[in-house]
Design a protein around this ligand. Sequence first.
Ligand SMILES: Cc1cc2nc3c(=O)[nH]c(=O)nc-3n(C[C@H](O)[C@H](O)[C@H](O)COP(=O)(O)OP(=O)(O)OC[C@H]3O[C@@H](n4cnc5c(N)ncnc54)[C@H](O)[C@@H]3O)c2cc1C
Length: 315
Amino acid sequence: MSTEHAVDTPVTVVGAGMSGAACAAALVAAGVPVRVLDRGRAPGGRMASPELHGRRVDVGAGYFTVRDNGFESVVGDWRDRGLAREWTDTFGVLATGAPPSTSTGPMRWATPGGLRSLVRDVLGDIDVTTDDLEALPDGDVVVAMPDPQAARLVDIDDPVGCDPVIAVAVGFAPDSVRDLPFLHAAFVNEHPSVSFVADDGSRRGDGAAVLVAHTTPELAAAHLDDPDSVTGEVVAALADLLDISMASPEWTHAHRWTFAKPTGAHDATHSLRRVDGRLIGLAGDQWCPQGSPRIESAWRSGTDLAAAIVTDRRA
Ligand SMILES: Cc1cc2nc3c(=O)[nH]c(=O)nc-3n(C[C@H](O)[C@H](O)[C@H](O)COP(=O)(O)OP(=O)(O)OC[C@H]3O[C@@H](n4cnc5c(N)ncnc54)[C@H](O)[C@@H]3O)c2cc1C
């Protein structure tokens, strides 16, 4: 079996989000050459931190949690090198017509350089080539992305769907946003427009007056063709919820996530099968038997898939 697929032929990893990056890094660490392709100009996928008005803003994932033992040691290394820090275990809870409250849960981690910096760190020296694939490349392949995107390249049994989100970043004049009814971030309950809002200055640790709101899936679905068209409704919702009507935004930026959050999960951390003599692996946060897709499940998925590929190639 392995003679056909010599250990030194590269594995092509399609998708340079956390799952693809973790898979590629683990393959390289095991001596397997990789080539990594992503349609985005920068790696990171849904851990996106574009530079907006002079600083990086997390417009995708807002933070990460650490329940996985293997991921914990990676995060410990990030902490020691100043790439990530414990942010908070307590978020606000907002709802129209109700007084603000708080909710305490697991420690949420954030980054001074934006969450994308962690994907870049996982990749290390591995280059990412920009390529928007429309068909599966030759040879052994890893497809590391949400199922609706992966299904354009490969057959998937029982694909997991995804809810959309539009993230709206709102920048204010320095020091103009004070006395918010929450610290750090807040879940927004039973609101037609907004489901979550984060203080990006708190998250990044620079105190910038930048908020990032996530729309409800319903509002996002109605505006996927024109994400900017949602901005007015979101800014009005923030003014209402946060009572910041006196501060006018200096700028706004809307980012569309058509496949933001898996609506279910596979009951394994990855898939690896041999089709016509070559390996085809699937990874991503939806490969999450614990049932709560997130950054740490993407890392676990890519890491486990790499181990399975190495085992198969050495068999
Ligand atoms: C708005 C939002 C909020 C979130 N909040 C949190 C949170 O608070 N905490 C948390 O842990 N997680 C959160 N998440 C989820 C988290 O971002 C994901 O779990 C994680 O980033 C998934 O990584 P991935 O590698 O599985 O997929 P992705 O990051 O989606 O990576 C897939 C990659 O594949 C590429 N790609 C797709 N199709 C092709 C193609 N045809 N050719 C080439 N490349 C292709 C894409 O460009 C992308 O880079 C959030 C996500 C969003 C969008």
